[in-house]
Design a protein around this ligand. Sequence first.
Ligand SMILES: Cc1cc2nc3c(=O)[nH]c(=O)nc-3n(C[C@H](O)[C@H](O)[C@H](O)COP(=O)(O)OP(=O)(O)OC[C@H]3O[C@@H](n4cnc5c(N)ncnc54)[C@H](O)[C@@H]3O)c2cc1C
Length: 336
Amino acid sequence: MKIHKNFNINNSLGINSIAKFFIEIENIKDFEELFNFISSKDTSSTLLIIGEGTNLVLPETFDGIVVKPIFNHINYDKINNLISVGASVNWDYFVDLMVKDNIFGFENLSLIPGSVGAAPIQNIGAYGQSISSLISSIDCFDFKLNKFVNLSNQDCDFDYRHSILKDNNYIIYNVNFTSNNISECNYDYDSIKKYILEFNLDAKLLTLKDTRNIICKIRKRTLPNHLITPNVGSFFKNPIIQKKIINQEYFSLNNLIIWPLDSNLVKIGAARLIDLIKEELDEYDNVSISSTHSLVLVNPESKASQKEILSYASHIKDIVQKKFNISLEIEPTIIN
Ligand SMILES: Cc1cc2nc3c(=O)[nH]c(=O)nc-3n(C[C@H](O)[C@H](O)[C@H](O)COP(=O)(O)OP(=O)(O)OC[C@H]3O[C@@H](n4cnc5c(N)ncnc54)[C@H](O)[C@@H]3O)c2cc1C
């Protein structure tokens, strides 16, 4: 276990943030030592587990303990169709390996930034696929109870951008994926269909590698690269609501993107809501909406503070609420 004091927390939103303690955990035995370290500190010390920092809105000073699990293994048990992957493996590196190994199901999740260990937390998803359909179980350390826990897929209670792993005491160090659930690519998502049409492709002839390439190209066209323009991807979730509550005084339903979920609920495309009101937004000094994707807030010069970013987000929320009677929920984790 390595302990650093007053350590800079690397994050894709470009916020300058310093942690009082930053601890690297490199093997299973370190967890006992971590538990003792936490117990020796003030009980009010908060703990933040971190992967690659691509879904965090950090404060300038974090007066607690940041824990970074560093587990880099990838073990493939072909007999049981299980792939065990360490928490710190980069997600897209792993997706690339799966595609090269001709294992289906991961390709639509290509190019999502971040680590394997963080991916189940908000059940990462894109282009009609979610990580929850690929997970068999997750190995964690419970830092409050000082014990190891194996959570089955069902235990995680996965939902849209949600799992029980959020707001919990688990440090994920290993994720077990199943490799035999899916046997073909999924082209159902609108932007994939449009891409296939635009380039006059024959979906029946596309290989797994082609599909990954298509997803990468679609993403690069629309999402700003966080390594160049700091951001955390979508800043708001797509709201799930009853259609009847939508205010149509300013915009008709035809202007919105609406995915029916069941007889009662619909999912609304949040990017379109923001697109429709963005002319009305006040200008802020250091934070703005990406010119290529209205759901992405950018901090181009890495000058914005957490306060400025959250103030801009709540300004957007207020106007969306006023115009559509729809409440937007922030997607990344806000750290106090
Ligand atoms: C440009 C861009 C595009 C994106 N596109 C998508 C997308 O298409 N779909 C999508 O779902 N997300 C997307 N995201 C969000 C982000 O990629 C995911 O949330 C990713 O899983 C975050 O990984 P991370 O390692 O950076 O996690 P971090 O930002 O470090 O942490 C995120 C959360 O997970 C917790 N956490 C991290 N590691 C662990 C661990 N080992 N054990 C327990 N808790 C942990 C943290 O405490 C925090 O609450 C995008 C982000 C960016 C910047």
